[in-house]
Design a protein around this ligand. Structure first.
Ligand code: CA
Length: 161
């Protein structure tokens, strides 16, 4: 399996450095961005396997960025938040985040959560040639087709995307 790339978008350098250090120790490649704009650009460039996204960034909110990225890419996102209010967690998950972690965090817990999400994603995408299977759904990007069992599902190109 190729080395998995994790993008950290976090303006607090010590936190980003700690995460990057832990990820490298675990054999991941870690990329860092300190702002939403840089993060988005780096995301396009490196196409990470997973995103660690801070809630509060200097130039935008993490939830807005989360929404933008999930519209464009299918990348699992873990939100990092200093807040512990339940509404904030709900907003993060509504914006498309797969999980959230409250700061201060335990590095080992972050790494376990990353591994869990990546394992889930890999299991869902057991690819069969060009076809990707998930439960009884099969998807072909080249044929722009989605099948449930033997039945094709009618989708517009936008819905397919
Ligand atoms: Ca921050």
């Amino acid at each position: 399996m190729q080395t998995q790339r994790i993008l950290i978008i976090e303006d607090e350098k010590p936190i980003a450095d700690l995460l990057a250090y832990g990820l490298k120790q675990e054999g991941f490649i870690a990329y860092q961005a300190q702002s939403g704009a840089d993060g988005l650009e780096l995301c396009r460039e490196v196409q990470p396997d997973l995103l660690l996204l801070d809630w509060m960034l200097p130039d935008c909110s993490g939830t807005d960025l989360c929404r933008m990225i999930t519209q464009e890419y299918n990348i699992p996102i873990i939100m990092l938040t200093a807040r512990s209010h339940i509404e904030d967690k709900v907003h993060g998950l509504e914006a498309g985040a797969d999980d959230y972690i409250t700061k201060p965090f335990d590095l080992r817990e972050v790494l376990v959560r990353i591994r869990t999400i990546l394992r889930r994603v890999n299991r869902a995408a057991v690819s069969n040639g060009d076809w990707i299977s998930c439960g009884d759904l099969r998807i072909s990007a080249t044929e722009m087709t989605v099948m449930r069992g033997q039945t094709p599902i009618d989708l517009t190109p936008r819905e397919f995307q």
